[in-house]
Write a protein that binds this ligand. Structure first.
Ligand SMILES: *Cc1c(COP(=O)(O)O)cnc(C)c1O
Length: 453
């Protein structure tokens, strides 16, 4: 009988995170203060605890995971690695396809891997309330979960279009004791300014971040938490890849290709970074980041410094960007609709260590249906992009007469995303390509920013 599932015992939950900054062949450009001057870590203490600021700038290769965090990880970690035996048969391929499944967390995605340590370090620092933004609701629900476990209050600014179309994610947050309001909201200066100009605004992650940062910066008891993009978030996600390295060893397989979808870059980094360490050491493998054609940050965006939010209150980050004023079209992959990209992922794409591809959403759902009918798990809309790329890799291997080993991150399940599947199945889903004028607008927006390197 073919083996489908590779499980690690509980004591194999990683006891440290892997910090790729220690191993980069070329160093990262630094973040800058909003006025372009060097960023001092102290400038971040209004919204982040010192432990997380230290991790953000750390050059140490390994950072110990605190025991209380590992204890909560043990509720769902180590997560399973599957070999997609049934899907391989359905595709008629000689390639071996493996996937790491992060949908077994209570929130249904990889995000609690970082929400739990973030809540923990804030609680340790005496903070009693966290403010954050959420797009599709996965981050908001993951932070709500973590805050309930460490006794913190939590306020979530949810992008209006998702607040209206995904009510169950909001109910999840409320079930875990958090408060969730649609963004733009009348509760912050940033939100009021947007609503004055456009009362019908459907919101964006950039707007919601401005609101949450303002909330945290103006309240003594409150810090801010971000679910992707920043170095410390990607760091926390490396538990995924560390487990996968061991599980691939159990399976007697070495990946030739590693695939992950990218919104801000955290699930991709979590799986890929521990393998990238092997690539830096000389092992031949391709590492592929996949994004929606409607929000093509890596494949069509500008690489340079930009703000993380629409109001221009965050530090300037060196990243691929569609401009901080970007309001993405309302595609179903809410988690992939951010204007920027993790500086670490941008840097790796810029230096040729990582490839990037983009696909329109219908062919992603088509591929996901094939996957779901063979493997059973219904993927979240975001990882359907990774699944689409795996299909492309299978076709490429067939053309080249090679059988490859492919590993991808199935970073969440889609059980709250039936509206997206409904839209695909009923034929109402449309593909949106980003217009060149949007890209030109973005280029003009970042024209005055400092260049990278
Ligand atoms: C948030 C989310 C994403 C996008 O964020 P990344 O930081 O790029 O991982 C992708 N998939 C799922 C399931 C998410 O919840």
């Amino acid at each position: 009988m073919a083996q489908h599932r590779y499980l690690l015992p509980e004591e194999r939950i990683p006891d440290r995170w892997y910090n790729i900054a220690a191993d980069l062949p070329t160093p990262m450009p630094p973040p800058l203060a909003p006025d372009g001057s060097p960023l001092q870590p102290e400038m971040m203490t209004a919204i982040f605890p010192m432990e997380l600021i230290g991790q953000e700038v750390s050059q140490e290769r390994w950072i110990a995971i605190p025991d209380p965090v590992r204890e909560i990880y043990a509720l769902w970690r180590p997560t399973p690695l599957y070999r997609a035996v049934q899907w391989e048969r359905a595709l008629g391929t000689d390639c071996r396809i493996f996937y790491k499944y992060e949908g077994v967390s209570p929130a249904g995605s990889h995000k609690p891997n970082t929400s739990v340590p973030q809540a923990y370090y804030n609680a340790q620092a005496g903070v009693t309330r966290l403010a954050t933004e959420t797009g599709a609701g996965q981050w908001g629900s993951s932070l709500a979960l973590a805050c309930s476990m460490f006794g913190l209050e939590c306020k979530v600014y949810m992008v209006r279009v998702s607040y209206d179309s995904k009510p169950y994610r909001r109910v999840m947050m409320e079930t875990w004791g958090s408060t969730c309001v649609p963004s733009p909201s009348p509760e912050t200066n940033a939100g009021r300014a947007i609503l004055e100009r456009d009362p019908e605004s459907t919101g964006s992650l950039g707007i919601a971040i401005s609101e949450a940062v303002e909330d945290a910066a103006t309240r003594e008891d409150t810090n801010y938490a971000l679910g992707s993009v920043l170095n410390h978030v990607l760091l926390h996600q490396t538990v995924v890849g560390q487990e996968a390295v061991e599980q691939m060893r159990m399976a007697g397989a070495e990946p030739d290709v590693i695939v992950g979808c990218v919104g801000g870059g955290s699930n991709f980094a979590g799986l890929a970074f521990p393998f990238l360490a092997e690539k830096f050491a000389g092992r031949d493998m391709r590492i592929v980041a996949v994004e929606p054609a409607a929000c093509p940050t890596l494949t069509r965006g500008h690489y340079g410094y930009d703000f993380g939010d629409v109001a221009g209150t965050t530090p300037l980050l060196p990243m691929h960007t569609l401009g901080h004023g970007f309001v993405p079209p309302a595609i179903h992959s809410g988690g992939l609709r951010y204007h920027g990209m993790a500086p670490l992922v941008s840097h790796l794409v810029h230096t040729g260590q990582v490839e990037a591809h983009a696909y329109p959403q219908r062919e992603c759902f088509e591929a996901a249906l094939g996957f779901a009918r063979a493997e059973g798990i219904i993927p979240a809309p975001e990882p359907t992009h990774a699944i689409r790329q795996v299909v492309a890799e299978v076709e490429r291997a067939r053309e080249e007469g090679a059988a490859r080993t492919i590993l991808f991150n199935l970073c969440g399940h889609g059980n709250f995303d039936m509206a997206a599947y409904e839209s695909y199945l009923s034929g109402r889903m449309v593909d949106l390509e980003l217009a060149q004028e949007e890209l030109d607008r973005a280029a003009a927006e970042v024209a005055g920013m400092p260049a990278v390197g």
